[in-house]
Design a protein around this ligand. Sequence first.
Ligand code: AMP
Length: 121
Amino acid sequence: MSYDSDNIFAKILRGEIPCDKVYEDDWALAFNDINPQAPVHVLVIPKGAYVSIDDFTTDAEDAEIAGFYRAVGHVARALGVVEAGYRTLNNTGADGGQEVPHFHVHLFAGRPLGPMLSPAL
Ligand code: AMP
């Protein structure tokens, strides 16, 4: 899938629509999810134009990948959720339930998060 530069996270990165920013550096932007599924629900997105973890891990430079994942860890520490624990999640493609076609990691915390998935059918 080619990158759609009109996706909502691309517009957030360009400052065309607002976000509730939690953190930003050269590699990543983190902001609160508009429809939180936990007391803490932050999205961390790379600054580069990547549809999913597939093209991110294929095409991104090592520095971008390192910078992005360091940002995820930084956000968790800055939010103070490391000791109690948290969950990161990435949805990829149709079966993965990905809605926004700009690679992002969800960070959930603030309560026991329960099992990761329902039992497989
Ligand atoms: P996914 O299903 O993994 O693609 O997740 C997309 C997430 O983006 C969902 O949790 C949405 O609630 C969230 N979302 C969509 N639009 C916005 C927005 N403008 N600001 C913050 N979060 C958003």
